[in-house]
Design a protein around this ligand. Structure first.
Ligand SMILES: Nc1nc2c(ncn2[C@@H]2O[C@H](COP(=O)(O)OP(=O)(O)O)[C@@H](O)[C@H]2O)c(=O)[nH]1
Ligand SMILES: [Mg+2]
Length: 414
């Protein structure tokens, strides 16, 4: 595989991560054309493709100048964006916390600021897809507005400080042990997410109102876990987007266990490099005390007899490796066993609380937040047995006391 091809493959994975359905791919190797980046003949070819495929967007791997984006939109009739803008779209889609949203807004504004001069000039020429809504602004007014917004965001970001406290709070809010999927875009995180989650059909997802599209409830060996898909690492991430990436990743990666997914079908050097970058980033965002299982994915792409040889040449750098194929559902049981081994710190609690309206609310809250094993209703009290992570269990003890409940010895069975 040459570089051009793998870079296009990555662009496809990025487009899918942003929610696009890729209908066609086009490449051209030539000196950059000042008007379109690609040659005029290629533009005509793309125009035909757009008609055939009903494509709604044109995505470029190269960073494009505003004039090129404008010319491409004008020539093809659909909006053209470059890789930078695509990455911003992915982050926007993934960001949930206030900080991540602000970081992305900041990166977007800085991108706009660079493009502002030409965009204003271009928007005066005619209305084009992706260039609308600027007509009334004069250049100075527009740039002034961007600068003001940037200043406001920087001030807001400064105020969001004590992050560590936030992380701890996040973890203790969830009674279930949680597992996050980290790794590069294209490594197979979403495929693994679905392979692990789809085998849990009996679980009633609608009960768990707090679950988002990137969080699923898993159940195996009589235990429940939350599985969280995170925003993917990206090759050649533009410098100005690193902060936005970190805060988008930060809000989802905090969990009890990280599954670091690597594409084992790539070359040893690339696997090592990606593993190193992922581990460094995990350290940088203060998550290095979370245990890691390294999931070496796509073993179906490698001949059997080469697998162990390849693993040997990697091993020193890899933490707790498990070889799987997320697509072919190979070795998923082995992975589940490893997960259980790493998450054995479950605490089991059993307590009784007097029946009241308040305790009923508490019980339904427990069912939503944690792994309730047994509930027994008596005339004037309810007995509950549940499993939870240690931090959650500690907070729970306080609440049970407030409701005049009392704890019982837990029989040691599984
Ligand atoms: N051959 C093979 N392909 C896989 C496997 N897991 C994922 N893929 C493919 O790799 C590509 C990226 O997968 P995806 O789950 O979207 O990666 P993500 O960006 O990490 O979420 C898709 O085309 C998947 O079908 C696997 O185990 N074997
Ligand atoms: Mg994905």
């Amino acid at each position: 595989m040459n570089n051009e091809l793998s870079s296009l493959e990555e662009l496809k994975a990025l487009a899918e991560a942003a929610g696009y359905n890729v209908v066609a791919q086009v490449t051209q190797i030539r000196r950059a054309d000042p008007r379109f980046q690609i040659g005029a003949g290629k533009v005509a070819e793309i125009k035909t493709l757009i008609k055939e495929t009903q494509a709604e967007k044109l995505i470029f791997d190269n960073r494009l100048k505003p004039i090129q984006l404008y010319n491409l939109s004008k020539a093809t009739g659909i909006e053209a964006i470059d890789r930078f803008k695509l990455i911003l779209e992915i982050f926007t889609k993934n960001a949930q916390t206030k900080e991540a949203k602000l970081q992305i807004k900041l990166a977007t504004l800085e991108y706009e600021r660079i493009h502002a001069k030409q965009r204003v000039r271009l928007s005066k020429l005619t209305e084009q897809p992706g260039f609308m809504g600027l007509g009334a602004y004069e250049r100075e007014v527009y740039q002034e507005a961007i600068n003001r917004q940037i200043t406001t965001i920087l001030r807001k970001l400064e105020k969001i400080r004590d992050k560590r406290l936030l992380h701890r709070k996040r973890r203790s809010e969830l009674g279930f042990l949680s597992i996050s999927l980290a790794g590069y875009t294209g490594a197979g995180k979403s495929t693994l997410f679905n392979s692990l989650a789809n085998e849990n059909v009996e679980v009633n997802q609608s009960l768990f109102t707090t679950l988002t599209t990137t969080t699923r409830l898993l159940e195996f060996s009589n235990r429940k876990f939350l599985l969280i898909d995170t925003v993917g690492f990206i090759d050649r991430l533009p410098l100005s987007l690193i902060e936005a990436f970190h805060s988008t990743l930060e809000e989802t990666i905090y969990s009890n266990l990280i599954l670091l997914v690597l594409d084992f079908s790539e070359s040893i050097d690339i696997i090592k490099k990606k593993n190193r970058i992922c581990l460094n980033t995990i350290k940088k965002i203060d998550a290095s005390n979370i245990p890691i299982i390294t999931v070496l994915n796509k073993i179906d792409c490698i001949p059997e007899n080469e697998i162990s040889k390849k693993l040997k040449s990697l091993k020193i750098n890899i933490r707790n490796p498990v070889l799987i194929s997320a697509l072919c559902k190979k070795n998923l049981d082995l992975l589940r066993q490893e997960i259980l081994k790493k998450l054995e710190r479950f605490v089991e609690l059993s307590f009784s609380i007097p029946t009241s309206e308040l305790s009923m609310t508490f019980i339904s809250w427990l069912h939503e937040k944690t792994n309730v094993k047994k509930t027994t209703y008596n005339a004037d009290f309810v007995t509950i047995t549940l499993r939870a992570n240690p931090l959650f269990a500690m907070n729970l003890k306080k609440k049970v006391k407030e409701l005049n409940g009392k704890f019982e010895a837990v029989p040691k069975n599984k």
